[in-house]
Design a protein around this ligand. Structure first.
Ligand SMILES: Nc1ncnc2c1ncn2[C@@H]1O[C@H](COP(=O)(O)OP(=O)(O)O)[C@@H](O)[C@H]1O
Ligand SMILES: [Mg+2]
Length: 318
């Protein structure tokens, strides 16, 4: 789908941002590029829609060189979501979403329907939000609009450059969940830049870990957790050993307790081995049917235990 063939970028100041990079991103894949600040993530992303010209090498989209596409055709077939919420402030939400469909000369009726469909997709009631200006929305709501605006003309590819990093943790988690849910139905090819490993592991079908303009390792979350190629990857993931993957059944163990009225009630309690493992590792992966479905951190487990013991009150364990 998107192929990088020996792609390099050297800026005018001789800064080499991307070095002879080779990677193939598959159709329908959620591909996450992750690495420390300055490692070349944004440069890599912006070369795909020709916002930044390459110094050497070739990028192919669907077996056609990006340089052979008409620039408008290329840009309109690629959605783009930025970190800073970049809605046009003087335009309504509907007008913001309609930018590319307007450029593509869709009919008014079709655009109107599409806007409603997209707002509904991210849980923003169309009648309520269509005519509002961006400043009348919260940060999380604005970024939802940013995401669906990129989807408006039904592009095959969506580029997202740290789209949720400016949001508060609760909105961020919610938008990540929504994006995953959306991807289940839309099945776009998504190239997503992140510097947050937990976000990357949660979202990505595959992760590409970069350092100093080069790829250090590409793999599924499981592969990276199980076989990090070097200390850099290991440290980035936050683990020390490879036994960091568990199924949900390992993590939560159904146990029953008897309350003061003599009723037996089932609760989920963290499995004791998990607590031992969390003493060794900061982060554990939880998988189901071979797909990583979540991460458990020491902090979240401690919070869970605290909340759970409060909930149980005078219930005595059994
Ligand atoms: N327009 C530019 N001119 C010169 N150097 C740049 C420019 N844009 C980025 N760089 C440099 O290229 C490197 C990669 O930048 P960037 O792709 O933005 O990294 P990231 O998105 O991973 O933080 C950095 O060292 C950065 O300073
Ligand atoms: Mg960047």
């Amino acid at each position: 789908m998107i192929t990088f063939d020996n792609v390099s970028k050297q800026y005018d100041n001789n800064q080499i941002a991307v070095k002879a990079l080779n990677v193939e991103i598959k159709k329908g894949e959620f591909f996450v590029i992750i690495g420390p600040s300055g490692c070349g993530k944004t440069t890599l992303l912006k070369m795909i829609n020709r916002l930044i010209p390459l110094t050497a090498g070739t990028i192919w989209i669907n077996d056609k060189r990006i340089s052979d596409y008409n620039i408008h055709e290329l840009r309109w077939s690629i959605g783009y979501v930025l970190q800073q919420i970049a809605l046009f402030p003087h335009m309504t939400i509907e007008e913001n979403i309609a930018v590319v469909p307007e450029l593509k000369k869709w009919s008014k009726t079709k655009i109107h329907q599409r806007v409603d469909e997209l707002l509904a997709l991210v849980g923003l009631e169309p009648a309520k939000y269509r005519q509002r200006k961006p400043k009348e929305l919260s940060g999380g709501e604005q970024q939802r609009v940013g995401v669906v605006r990129a989807l408006a003309a039904d592009p095959e590819i969506i580029l997202m450059d740290e789209p949720f990093s400016a949001l508060d943790p609760i909105s961020r988690t919610k938008l990540q969940d929504d994006l995953l849910e959306m991807q289940r139905t839309i099945q776009k090819t998504i190239v997503f830049v992140s510097h947050d490993m937990q976000e990357a592991l949660k979202l990505g079908d595959r992760l590409c870990i970069m350092k100093d303009g080069e790829i250090v390792q590409i793999g599924t979350p499981q592969q990276l957790l199980q076989n990090p190629v070097n200390d850099f990857v290991q440290q980035f993931i936050g683990g020390k050993q490879s036994d960091q993957l568990f199924t949900i059944h390992d993590v939560l163990q159904p146990i029953t307790v008897t309350n003061d009225f003599g009723h037996t009630i089932p609760i989920d309690a963290p499995f004791p081995t998990i607590l031992e493992k969390l003493a060794e590792h900061d982060l554990l992966g939880v998988e189901e049917n071979g797909k990583l479905i979540g991460m458990v951190t020491r902090a979240s487990t401690l919070r869970y235990l605290a909340a759970d013991s409060k909930k149980r009150g005078h219930v005595h364990g059994g």
